[in-house]
Ligand binder design. Structure first.
Ligand code: FNR
Length: 382
């Protein structure tokens, strides 16, 4: 596949790639090492077929979903995506407005340009994504802030013990942007609309981590704080977190039934089956390939959100048929934000909503309960 397959988000992905400086567009699109997992996520969905069924009343298709204790208009959430405030001046606040307007879930990245407090004020359903830092005092402070600003839960990401080489970022010197080269400055200058937006918004930093960093500028702060992510994170730490955080707790980055059971046994209220969109272990299976075994292991006791490569309504329907409660999308909303701000994100979500409804009507499953009851009998593959 030479061209990337961006599914229903193709137009906004193309626009985002034109509008953003190359190094940000590549940061969004890129994956680890050879980017095999990025492709595998998509190919696994492409291999799935859904059997059409007739003679069923589908005059009303109902996508309403209860997931992670929240009521959503459709089974979709915006995944936590770092640096979103660098993709468009409206940044995370624009995405939060879109999530609130569309009635879907929202994860706020630790590496959010806007502080979590500003996002929570816009979207009451927002959940704070947390990395466990080496300094547990710092982690505790983030949890205290999440509680104080009314975050409706936390999402603990467990697949990021290290950040692997992402070749596009190396090529573009993405992590060296703290001290930009002349070529990098020229690259940024070729995108005056983006530059004007950033200039209007003022000097960027990782607002969500501002209390903890001694560096200035997004990339220097990112480097300092990424080095703080604790690679010793264990089941005991999950139990510790469960003790410290009394609200809803979601574990993200689960790819094995044993990790799913560990999360559940530690008291998690839900998991996100995710290979980080192919950005971490490049040899990883596709998420849709491991979902059935994980759903079996959890026996429906806690909610499962699936992400990584979801690009079409049919992907959402397949994930739900195979045991997910809902899906989340990462790159699609980053592209939509870059190409059209918060309104762009809302438009992209509505397009996905329409596609999910189309597929459910033609598959003869007018409700998500009917879809789940039909289960794997509806789909071929993966
Ligand atoms: C991410 N993701 C991510 N996850 C997380 O827990 N914390 C984070 O800060 C980030 N940052 C981030 C930045 C960018 C640019 C991307 C694309 C992704 C992973 C994200 O939450 C989600 O798991 C994937 O994006 C899902 O795959 P798709 O939808 O991008 O294919």
């Amino acid at each position: 596949m030479s061209e990337p397959d961006d599914g229903t988000f193709g137009a906004c992905a193309a626009r985002a790639r034109r509008r953003l400086p190359r190094l940000f567009a590549d940061y969004i699109d890129g994956g680890a090492h050879a980017e095999r997992a990025v492709r595998r996520n998509r190919r696994a969905f492409d291999r799935i077929a859904i059997t059409p069924r007739g003679l069923i009343d589908v005059s009303r298709v109902d996508l309403t979903t209860r997931c992670f204790g929240q009521d959503w208009r459709l089974p979709v959430m915006l995944a936590p995506v770092g640096f979103a405030g660098m993709f468009h001046a409206e940044g995370e606040q624009g995405a939060a407005r879109a999530a609130a307007e569309c009635g879907i879930g929202l994860g706020v990245s630790t590496f959010s340009i806007a502080p979590m407090e500003r996002v929570a004020a816009i979207a009451p359903q927002a959940m704070a994504q947390i990395y466990v830092f080496r300094d547990r005092g710092l982690t505790r402070d983030m949890l205290a802030r999440a509680a104080a600003c009314g975050m409706d839960g936390i999402i603990v990401t467990i697949d990021t013990a290290i950040t692997p080489v992402r070749e596009r970022d190396v090529r573009n010197g993405f992590r060296d942007l703290a001290r930009p080269s002349i070529a990098q400055m020229a690259g940024l200058a070729r995108h005056p609309r983006w530059l004007a937006g950033m200039a209007r918004r003022g000097a960027p930093g990782i607002g969500n981590l501002a209390p903890y960093t001694t560096e200035r500028g997004v990339m220097a702060q990112a480097r300092q704080m990424a080095a703080q992510i604790d690679p010793t994170l264990s089941r005991d730490d999950l139990a510790w977190l469960r003790g410290v955080w009394t609200g809803r707790l979601i574990v993200k980055g689960v790819m094995h039934p044993d990790d799913a059971r560990s999360a559940r046994d530690a008291g998690a209220d839900g998991i996100v089956v995710s290979n980080h969109g192919g950005r971490q272990l490049d040899a990883s299976p596709a998420t849709i390939e491991v979902l059935p075994a994980i759903a079996d292991a959890l026996e429906g006791r806690i909610d499962i959100v699936l992400d990584s490569g979801v690009r079409r309504g049919a992907d959402v329907v397949a994930a739900l048929a195979l045991g997910a409660t809902a899906v989340s999308i990462g790159r699609p909303w980053a592209w939509a934000l870059a190409s059209g701000g918060g309104a762009g994100v809302a438009q992209a979500v509505r397009r996905l909503e329409r596609e999910i409804a189309d597929v459910m009507a033609l598959a003869g499953v007018p409700t998500l309960d009917a879809l789940r009851a039909g289960g794997s009998g509806l789909v071929w593959g993966p």
